[in-house]
Ligand binder design. Structure first.
Ligand SMILES: C[S@@+](CC[C@H](N)C(=O)[O-])C[C@H]1O[C@@H](n2cnc3c(N)ncnc32)[C@H](O)[C@@H]1O
Length: 328
């Protein structure tokens, strides 16, 4: 899966298509088992109806229904007791978030004789943990990894901390840190003696609040199949979570440039890149900073295509030493 920098033109890896395009270990490859979900979270029941294909489903443009589904999924599959988000904050589609975790688990496995390294000694840094704390929840539940979640949004950090407090099993392995300087990604978060096996990030992708509203409208339109939908910021994320000056491209480029200062402190840096058009500029910066290895992992969920871009500054032999030192 490693792709050397020289082969930038073919960085999109080819993969076998799977059902719904999800990773083989993703727990959401089959249709939702609503009977089980309702058993574990009865408040989901009133939101279930029969869709036009004759199957049980919920309305995905009803915030309360999506929230109830997420709670049921987290309780059923990820050992969560209580989970909530402040009104208007990003309610994450869980199957897609789980896919990122499984894909980067495979990336680590490549340095570990094909076996995913598990346990609290695997340290992950989630840049932009949000109010939902979703990646630490899934990563800890699936692989028992420990996490630091960082965010520039105080409400997000406060809420993620409430989730941790309400879930003592998770609280032991996850901590959240407020990033005081929004221009910084790793500085002010990674402490002197710390190292991370993995950094992950779902970056804010829109360049402006207006663009974020447009994206929300498009999402609603796709779901409703209609033109007459009004933009609502409270569907699928609050404006500050979804946009950043310069959008995804500028954010990821900033992250890559700043990662160089932490090049021996992180095994793999990774980020989601939702816009394919941003890849060229991203690869060019990865070349400028002299990343040793770069790989792009395609992800498909339904008709949505995305990808994880991963880079490291460690050589093969440094990686082997790292594994011996920290994972064994
Ligand atoms: C798209 S949201 C992702 C939230 C969550 N991880 C998810 O996947 O649902 C992006 C998050 O990045 C945060 N963010 C923006 N700039 C940041 C920075 N410099 N450092 C850390 N987090 C940042 C935003 O506040 C927001 O919570």
């Amino acid at each position: 899966m490693y792709t050397p920098l020289l082969r930038m033109d073919s960085l999109e890896n080819k993969k076998e298509p799977t059902k719904f395009g999800l990773h083989l270990r993703n727990k959401h490859r089959q249709s939702y088992d609503f009977e089980l979900l309702v058993k574990n979270h009865p408040p989901l029941k009133p939101f279930i109806s029969i869709n036009k294909y004759g199957n049980e489903s919920i309305s995905f443009f009803d915030n309360q229904a999506v929230l109830a589904l997420n709670k049921a999924l987290l309780i059923t599959y990820y050992g969560i007791k209580e989970w909530d988000i402040p009104k208007g904050y990003l309610c994450p589609p869980i199957p897609g978030r789980a896919d990122y975790i499984h894909q980067v688990a495979d990336l680590l496995a490549q340095s570990n004789n094909g076996k995913v390294p598990t346990g609290k000694n695997i340290h992950c840094l989630d840049i932009g943990v949000g109010a939902n704390c979703i990646y630490p929840i899934i990563g800890n539940s699936e692989y028992h990894w420990s996490f630091v979640g960082a965010d520039i949004n105080e409400t997000a950090i406060k809420n993620s901390n409430s989730i941790l407090k309400a879930n003592p099993n998770l609280n032991r392995f996850v901590s959240c840190r407020f990033q005081k300087d929004s221009s910084k990604i790793f500085a002010g978060i990674i402490e002197n003696q710390e190292y991370f096996d993995l950094t992950i990030c779902n970056p804010p992708f829109h360049a402006s609040e207006k663009e974020a509203l447009g994206g929300t409208t498009r999402k609603l339109r796709n779901l409703k199949g209609k033109q007459d939908v009004k933009p609502q910021l409270n569907f699928g994320g609050q404006a500050p979570e979804l946009w950043t000056d310069g959008g995804e491209r500028k954010f990821v480029i900033r992250m890559i440039k700043q990662s160089k200062a932490f090049k021996k402190k992180c095994f793999w840096f990774t980020t989601l890149v939702s816009k394919e058009a941003n890849l060229k500029a991203i690869y060019s910066v990865l070349k400028q900073v002299n990343a040793t290895d770069v790989t792009t992992i395609p992800m498909t969920h339904g008709n949505k295509k995305s990808r994880v871009v991963a880079w490291t500054f460690l050589t093969e032999s440094e990686r082997q030493n790292w594994v011996r030192k920290y994972w064994r």
